[in-house]
Design a protein around this ligand. Structure first.
Ligand code: NAG
Ligand code: NAG
Ligand code: CU
Length: 124
C-alpha cells in the first residue's frame, strides 16, 4: 500500500515535469525557437537573434515559402561572403539543432543573403 502511494506520487511528479516542459516549449533536448517569430525566415531577419540566449542543442525552426527561400548552414566565411555550401534545407519548415559556439544560416536565393537574410546564432 505504502509503495503504491509513493508510486502514484512519482507518476504525478513526472507528469507535472512533462507539463512544465510543454508550457515552456522545452524538452530534454533544449529549447525551440521559431526564427523571425510570426514573420518566419524573411529578408529582414538579420537582427532576430539579438537579446536571446541560446544553448547548445536548442532547435531553430525555419518557416518560409520554399518557392522563394531556402536555408543554408554555412561557416563564418560563407556567412560573410554569402556563399552556400552543401548543407541546404528547403522544406519550408526546417528544424535545425544548433551547436555550441557560432552557428550561421543564410538564404541561398540570389541576393537574399546580401539583403540581410542571414543570421549568426551563438550558443552557450
Ligand atoms: C539572457 O541572459 C542574460 C544574462 O543571464 C539575462 O540577463 C537576460 O534576461 C536573458 N535574456 C532572455 C531573453 O532570457
Ligand atoms: C547536447 O547534446 C550532446 C549529444 O547528445 C550532449 O553530449 C551535450 O551534453 C548536449 N549539450 C547540452 C548543453 O545540452
Ligand atoms: Cu530568401
Amino acid at each position: 500500500m505504502a509503495s503504491q502511494v509513493r508510486g502514484s506520487a512519482i507518476v504525478t511528479a513526472v507528469m507535472a515535469m512533462g507539463l512544465c516542459m510543454v508550457l515552456h516549449g522545452e524538452t530534454a533536448h533544449g529549447e525551440t525557437f521559431t526564427v523571425g517569430e510570426g514573420d518566419g525566415w524573411n529578408l529582414k531577419v538579420h537582427d532576430w537573434p539579438n537579446g536571446k540566449n541560446f544553448t547548445a542543442n536548442d532547435t531553430l525552426v525555419f518557416k518560409y515559402n520554399n518557392a522563394f527561400h531556402n536555408v543554408a548552414v554555412v561557416d563564418e566565411i560563407g556567412f560573410r561572403t554569402c556563399t552556400v555550401g552543401d548543407k541546404l534545407f528547403s522544406s519550408g519548415n526546417d528544424e535545425i539543432k544548433i551547436q555550441q559556439g557560432q552557428n550561421y544560416f543564410i538564404c541561398g536565393f540570389p541576393g537574399h543573403c546580401a539583403a540581410g537574410m542571414k543570421i549568426a546564432v551563438t550558443a552557450k
